[in-house]
Ligand binder design. Structure first.
Ligand SMILES: Cc1cc2nc3c(=O)[nH]c(=O)nc-3n(C[C@H](O)[C@H](O)[C@H](O)COP(=O)(O)OP(=O)(O)OC[C@H]3O[C@@H](n4cnc5c(N)ncnc54)[C@H](O)[C@@H]3O)c2cc1C
Length: 450
């Protein structure tokens, strides 16, 4: 087979790349080792309930500009609702529910007032939250240098954030944004994510809530467009090696050889190691791959016979839990606008789940049910119809400040060979936005190369 470009990997980074390349007329072959596309972002129909279940609850914000562009390109932008007012609820075991909510003031005053009104913290601690906002607002090169040396926990300590501020406010956010423990997570990536979300345009700080499962949102239409563009999508087609001649890529080899002018690798870091010839793994641009590690996420899906998530605070779509094992709990019925359905579908997430990933699934369900009893007392008396635990051992690369300097650029030491994927140097933690932007970037570089 012959193509202009081979894209290896049919996750969102590979799909974004194939989409942009084929839209501009390139002849593309997309090789995906699995029988389905989507990589770490997909949904499936649960056999017991017949419900569409996401492999993980993916949280999107308005600052995900490339993701929005991707959804516009494939025509599914209308399948997300934009939350009108940025609102985060937190549940504390004894202090109850408190809300961090951005009002209608212009930036950055909306953030400052929201911090001062966050009554879960004593007033002195709330005032100190402002220090973080001030630091981000006056971001200069010196701050980038400072942050690149620090973990999130260290950075927040330098800004005088009390233990309560860290545990009751910052850490639930850090775990969700970074999928890493605050004591390991890169301060630079976390601070940049905060700045992009809260100090950009007003619409950047809004949650984008999909009305459909991930496969329908990201994949179904993309596949249709790729087919229309003439892209050969080869699923169940693992690439085993790169064909390199005189330091120039000339194709890939799997079950057969595919010759091409350009190759985009859109596979995770640990898969790239398998693809590269031994001598190139010694090259300084690729030897850094050994520093990358992965961080796990556990999702728990629970179906109760009837509504359990009623709370005095009214309609809660999702809530952060403080001093619990579960970190964020989502009322899927409310998120999906399916409140009329008879059963209640709750999902819960444990990010950076190092301490939980090897527990038996029954034990994880037991932990979840116990904690939900305290938050939604009705759940204790309500029959549980079905429970499902999804463990993603390698959910994301571990976004530590140690690995951040080693994230590779799209262009590589091999001519016409490009790297995409959430782990490459996107400037973001491992996110859908990073994956899609890296795929777009490779497509742009290839288009410009001629
Ligand atoms: C449970 C969970 C929750 C998450 N939550 C969020 C969130 O809330 N917000 C957010 O923005 N992001 C979230 N993410 C991260 C997001 O899903 C990823 O950043 C994104 O999907 C990565 O896309 P990718 O294309 O870089 O990699 P992948 O999705 O891993 O795609 C790589 C593809 O390459 C294929 N492949 C590998 N090797 C080969 C080979 N040799 N030949 C052919 N094919 C190969 C793989 O099968 C895979 O399909 C979450 C991830 C998980 C798992």
């Amino acid at each position: 087979m012959i193509a202009d470009v081979v894209v290896i990997g049919g996750g969102l980074s590979g799909l974004a790349s194939a989409l942009q390349l084929s839209n501009s007329g390139a002849d593309v072959i997309l090789c995906e080792q699995n029988n389905q596309l989507g990589g770490r972002t997909y949904s499936f129909v649960d056999k017991t309930t017949g419900e569409v279940v996401n492999n993980g609850q993916h949280v999107l914000v308005g600052a995900y500009h490339n993701t929005i562009k991707y959804l516009e390109l494939i025509g599914t932008r209308h399948l997300i609702n934009v939350q009108k007012q940025f609102r985060l609820h937190f549940h504390h075991p004894t202090l109850g529910i408190h809300t961090f909510e951005l009002g209608n003031l212009p930036k950055p005053f909306d953030v400052a007032v929201a911090m001062l009104k966050f009554k879960l913290l004593p007033i002195n601690d709330r005032r100190k939250l402002l220090k973080v906002g001030l630091e981000l607002n006056k971001w200069k090169d010196a701050l980038t240098n400072k942050l690149s040396q620090l973990t999130v926990a260290e950075w927040l300590t330098t800004l005088g954030q009390s233990e309560k501020s860290r545990k009751y406010f910052w850490y639930p956010i850090v775990l969700s944004v970074m999928n890493e423990m605050p004591e390991r997570a890169s301060a630079l990536l976390f601070a940049r994510s905060l700045k992009q979300t809260f100090l950009g345009k007003k619409s950047d700080a809004s949650f984008l809530i999909p009305k459909v499962g991930q496969t329908e949102l990201y994949l179904t239409n993309a596949i249709r467009i790729l087919n229309n563009n003439g892209v050969k999508i080869l699923t169940g087609s693992k690439v085993n090696s790169l064909l390199i001649d005189n330091n120039k890529i000339v194709g890939v080899e799997g079950s057969s050889k595919i010759k091409s002018k350009y190759v985009v690798s859109a596979v995770p870091h640990w898969k790239l190691i398998d693809l590269l010839p031994q001598e190139l793994l010694q090259h300084e641009r690729f030897s850094v791959l050994k520093y990358f590690e992965s961080s796990p996420i556990i999702s728990v899906h629970l179906w109760y016979e009837k509504e359990v998530s009623v709370h005095t605070s009214g309609r809660i779509e999702f809530i952060g839990l403080i001093e619990r094992n579960l970190q964020w709990v989502f009322n899927r019925r409310r998120l999906m606008g399916e409140e009329g359905k008879p059963s209640n579908y709750i999902s819960a997430v444990i990010s950076a789940a190092y301490d939980y990933i090897n527990l038996p699934k029954d034990k994880i369900i037991e932990i979840a049910l116990n904690e939900l009893k305290d938050i939604f007392p009705r759940s204790e008396q309500t029959k549980l119809k079905h429970a499902l635990v999804i463990k993603e051992k390698r959910a994301t690369f571990s976004a530590t400040n140690r690995v951040e300097p080693f994230r590779p650029e799209s262009e590589t030491a091999i001519q016409n060979f490009y790297l995409a994927g959430d782990w490459t140097n996107t400037g973001l933690p491992a996110t859908i936005e990073g994956a899609i932007s890296s795929g777009f970037k490779c497509a742009e570089l290839i288009k410009n190369a001629g």
